[in-house]
Design a protein around this ligand. Structure first.
Ligand SMILES: Nc1ncnc2c1ncn2[C@@H]1O[C@H](COP(=O)(O)OP(=O)(O)OP(=O)(O)O)[C@@H](O)[C@H]1O
Length: 258
């Protein structure tokens, strides 16, 4: 099966007044359909930049990047992905339903289709009954779930998530991690997920991409041997702890080489 996302010697250098910033250096990575891929690495190592390249929001300065065999820009126009940011980014003057409808309105879905999709995606993230509430009436975790629903509403094949749970406390984060895994299991989307948390990366991923600081390079790619079904207490298992060690070693090696 050909990869959904394929990066080959991808480079991105930002030109700034203080000189060039090498945000990505020779990144090679293939991501297959239905994989859950986490990107972990120190601040400024290019995780967000990589996601933005995939989304067609940044233009690489070297190498090639394809999404579904197309350029990122073409893939964006073909609605290949939804984007979830660290802050839920919901419009406060729109209800939860209104927020989820927004991309559907922009994309010109019919009234009936909009209604159906809002209802279905709210159910998918376990927010049935909250359609008419405003964002401020929901907890931080619920807002983030609404933001995920918005990204899923137009049935994009790929979900780009940039530290979506970074601002939430650990208990809420644990629950959302479980819910996200279950959602992924049901929808079989391809997930690209940025995190600073080793346990979160190990718990969620089928593949963990460990990155090193500027210039942002990949220092290790770990294919997880953990089963698809993952109760939270899998975090106490020997396999889990071994993968977490390997991620930590990759992070350390990247820091030392930088
Ligand atoms: N538009 C831009 N112009 C100039 N430099 C930029 C721009 N965007 C990002 N950078 C720089 O590129 C590098 C990578 O940034 P990026 O946001 O991708 O890192 P990150 O790994 O996502 O960091 P964090 O974990 O803190 O979110 C950083 O040094 C950043 O300052």
């Amino acid at each position: 099966m050909s990869p959904v996302i394929s990066a080959d010697t991808l480079n991105l250098t930002f030109r700034t007044n203080d000189g060039p910033v090498h945000a990505l250096k020779d990144v090679d990575l293939d991501i297959r359909k239905g994989e859950f891929v986490s990107f972990i690495g120190p601040s400024g190592c290019g995780k967000t930049t990589f996601l933005r390249c995939v989304a067609g929001l940044e233009t690489p300065t070297g190498g090639t990047l394809t999404v579904n065999g197309m350029s990122p820009d073409e893939a964006r126009r073909a609605r290949a992905y939804g984007y979830v940011f660290q802050a839920a980014g919901l419009y406060p003057w729109r209800t939860i339903g209104g927020n989820i409808r927004l991309p559907l309105e922009i994309m010109g879905f019919s009234e009936e289709e909009k209604r159906r999709r809002v209802k279905d995606t709210l159910a998918l993230v376990d927010l049935d009954g909250f359609e008419k509430k405003y964002p401020w009436q929901l907890s931080g975790g619920m807002q983030q779930r609404a933001s995920i629903a918005r990204a899923l509403s137009f049935d994009a094949e790929i979900l780009l998530m940039d530290e979506p749970f970074g601002a939430l406390d650990e208990i809420v984060r644990d629950r959302l991690n479980e819910e996200l895994l279950s959602l992924w299991g049901r929808t079989e989307k391809t997930m690209l997920f940025v995190t600073h948390s080793i346990p979160e990366a190990v718990y969620l991923s089928t593949k963990i991409v460990v990155m090193s600081p500027r210039p942002g390079r990949i220092s290790d790619v770990i294919d997880s041997p953990l089963p698809k079904e993952r109760p939270l207490d899998i975090r106490d298992s020997r396999e889990f702890i071994e993968i977490a060690h390997r991620v930590r070693d990759g992070l350390r090696a990247g820091m030392e080489a930088a």
